[in-house]
Every structure is written in structure tokens, then in C-alpha cells.
Design a protein around this ligand. Structure first.
Ligand code: 2AM
Length: 171
């Protein structure tokens, strides 16, 4: 099964991200990510076996995540898949450290794929027709977090559906 580790937004922030996604969609077209799928990917694990998935569920349920606040104050894009995203204008040391600690542990599960560069972002549009943020409202959101989710990505004809398999305890 295909898994990733993510921050899942609390309801109020999800709504605010959804409003940004609506504004982006009106300006830039493409496929708007549905509210229930909005997230920040901390580590993309790809395909794992059932045995590995069970071990990862146990690990995430015991994982301690230092509380942090991530400021989302900028737009960005990845040209090739036409992704328009919202994220931080400057690097976030706490998220970078969390990403590093998670990958240290994941490599202990024999997982590979640690990226050389981590750009924290929340994808709002895929296959956008335009990738410029001109005319879009300036984002200014703060994401207070203290736990991560292990999420399964299930591919459907119309896109992917995400199902949380485990959550780390709340700090
Ligand atoms: P995204 O974070 O840019 O939206 C589930 O597919 C999640 O993992 C999505 O959030 C997706 O991109 C991210 N993802 C998918 N394939 C990936 C890959 N090969 N490398 C890194 N992240 C990936």
C-alpha cells in the first residue's frame, strides 16, 4: 500500500486553506484539491508491505512530536505536475528538524527515498492552467501542530483518496 506521513489541518485551518484553494482555482483553473484531502506531506514513503505498514502504525502511535507553529505566508508552484501550493516564504527550522527526525526513524524501517530537499507546502491545485499567484490574496495563516498522521493514499479514477491509519499522541 502507498503511505505517507503528514500534518493534517485542524477544522478551522482546513476551512481557511479551502478558501485559498477556491481563490486559486478561480484564478488558475486546474483540479482543486478537496478540503478533506488538504495536508502537508512530511515524508512520502511510497509502496510498503503489509508487515511494514503494521510496524509503522505501531511506531506512529507511540511517536512524540514536538509542538510547533508553521507560518504559511506565500504561494509557490511545482511546474511539472502543475501544482500550485501555499507555504512559507522562508524555511521553517522546526519542520526541517521534524522531517529529518522522521526520516532517521524511517530508514530504521529500511525505507528509502529521503529527499535531498524538503519544501514544506500544502498543494491546492493540480494541473493548474496558470501558476502565477498574481491577483490572489496574500496568505497569512499559522498552523499549530503537535502530532502527525500515517496516511494511506488510495488511487481512484478521479484522483486519490486519503485515509489516516494512525495518529501520534497529542502533546
Ligand atoms: P504533494 O505533497 O505535493 O501534494 C500523497 O500522494 C502525498 O504525497 C501528496 O501530498 C503528494 O504530493 C506526495 N507525493 C506523491 N508522490 C510523491 C513523490 N514521488 N515524492 C514526494 N512526495 C510525493
Amino acid at each position: 500500500m502507498r503511505l505517507f506521513l503528514a500534518l493534517v489541518p485542524p477544522p478551522e485551518l482546513r476551512e481557511q486553506l479551502g478558501e485559498l484553494a477556491d481563490a486559486a482555482h478561480a484564478n488558475c483553473g486546474g483540479r482543486r484539491i478537496p478540503d478533506e484531502s488538504l495536508h502537508l506531506t512530511l515524508a512520502f514513503l511510497g509502496e510498503v508491505s503489509d508487515v511494514q505498514a503494521t510496524e509503522l502504525v505501531d511506531w506512529v502511535r507511540r511517536l512524540t512530536v514536538p509542538p510547533g507553529e508553521w507560518r504559511l505566508d506565500g504561494w509557490g508552484h511545482f511546474r511539472r505536475p502543475g501544482i500550485l501550493w501555499v507555504g512559507g516564504q522562508s524555511p521553517d527550522p522546526a519542520l526541517t528538524a521534524l522531517h529529518g527526525h522522521l526520516w532517521d526513524a524511517l530508514e530504521g524501517f529500511d525505507l528509502t527515498g529521503r529527499p535531498t530537499c524538503f519544501v514544506p507546502h500544502v498543494s491546492l491545485l493540480r494541473r493548474a492552467r496558470r501558476l502565477e499567484a498574481h491577483g490572489l490574496p496574500a496568505p497569512d495563516l499559522v498552523w499549530g501542530y503537535n502530532r502527525v498522521d500515517l496516511v494511506r493514499s488510495i488511487t481512484r479514477d478521479w484522483g486519490s483518496r486519503y485515509v489516516s491509519l494512525a495518529r501520534s499522541p497529542q502533546n
